[in-house]
Design a protein around this ligand. Structure first.
Ligand code: 13P
Length: 353
């Protein structure tokens, strides 16, 4: 294990005011999102969509790393340049999702275990050959009556730690993603309790498996009330609860926390990250960054619609969300940014460079 290289990569992923772009939707997930908008669900449309993303001008201003999927890391732009090369040329570090999905956990109705450890050592070696420098594994934890169970938390934490150890052995920085889902009626307090319990279990297991925390990025949920909870909370309450929960459970050796968006709107995800950085940035041991998929991509996907003529407008929307999230890292995001620049101005700015 080359510790120096792992630490350098982990730090680079959360350096300055940048964050990560998750564009690693599995084919079924990507197809589901396309289907909702009437976009054909083919390998070529998925490729064209990802080409729109990776060729967005100046994306590297805000994005430090991009997470790819097995199909995508093998794909190319129309001109023959591999996506890995296109991303690298934009100053973005290529990463790869390596779990094979969350499946029903035997004996635990309503709970899931993430699979993908079998053969992982060999798959990691192949991804490194292709240029990946970090990896992602997502565990999902649902909150409902009587769940999560200790069995679900322990088995997912153990799988995350075994994945992380294999990544570091191979020279890849593991993004460790235990996602407590937003679905349900649970309160913010319940989310906080479960998130803390899950994080403690994950760090126990990372320790037991000998994972070097300086070479890990944590990718968690924010502490939020369930989507159907009648009591939603202010930005300040979310920021306070989230940071307090992490201060109790996440060791200071971890260089960065890069939040997932989990189904929040792009605006809310930016505003909540911003609130955390305004209040706590100078008082916490880790960088508070982002690793959003839907909160960065959704407006762009809706504009793109599978049509080449919409590419520039979709790229503008993607660039805009990434820029808002970058501002949120500095605690400088405001709702005014959402109307500040129109597509024309962004393209004029680019043309004048
Ligand atoms: P969302 O930001 O859409 O939750 O996706 C993040 C992610 O990478 C899920 O694994």
């Amino acid at each position: 294990m080359n510790s120096r290289k792992l630490i350098d990569t982990a730090r680079a992923l959360v350096a300055g005011d940048k964050g990560l772009l998750a564009m690693d939707e599995s084919n079924p997930t990507c197809n589901k999102r396309f289907a909702k908008l009437g976009i054909p669900q083919t390998e070529e449309t998925r490729r064209a969509y990802r080409e729109m993303i990776v060729t967005t001008p100046d994306l590297g201003e805000s994005i430090s790393g991009a997470i790819l999927y097995d199909e995508t890391i093998r794909q190319k732009k129309k001109d023959g340049t591999s996506f890995v090369k296109a991303i690298t040329n934009a100053g973005i570090i290529p990463g790869i999702k390596v779990d094979t999905g969350a499946k029903a956990l035997a004996g635990h109705p309503g709970e899931k275990i993430t699979e993908g450890l079998d053969g992982l050592r060999d798959r990691l070696a192949e991804y490194i050959q292709m240029g990946a420098r970090f990896a992602k594994w997502r565990a999902v934890i649902a909150i409902s009556d009587g769940i999560p169970s200790p069995g679900c938390i322990e088995s997912n934490a153990n799988a995350l730690a075994r994945y992380a150890a294999l990544c570091q052995e191979a020279g890849l920085v593991p993004l460790v993603e235990p996602e407590v889902l937003m679905n349900g009626e649970h309160t913010l307090e319940q989310c906080s309790k479960v998130t803390e319990e899950v994080l403690r279990a994950v760090f126990d297991q990372l320790y037991a498996q000998g994972v070097m925390l300086e070479g890990v990025i944590l990718k968690p949920n924010m502490v939020l009330p369930g989507l159907n909870c009648p009591k939603q909370e202010s930005l300040d309450v979310v920021a306070n609860s989230t940071v307090m929960c992490f201060l109790r459970a996440v060791p200071a050796a971890v260089p960065g926390i890069a939040f997932l968006s989990g189904g929040q709107s792009g605006e809310l995800a930016s505003a909540r990250l911003n609130a955390m950085n305004i209040r706590f940035r100078s008082r916490i041991p880790w960088a508070l960054a982002f690793s959003f998929a839907r909160a960065i991509q959704q407006p762009a996907l809706q504009i793109w619609q599978g049509q080449q003529v919409n590419v520039l407008a979709a790229q503008h929307a993607l660039y805009h969300r990434a820029t808002c999230d970058r501002a949120a890292r500095r605690g400088e995001y405001s709702a005014a940014m959402e109307v500040a620049i129109g597509p024309e101005q962004h393209h004029i700015t680019q043309a004048s460079r």
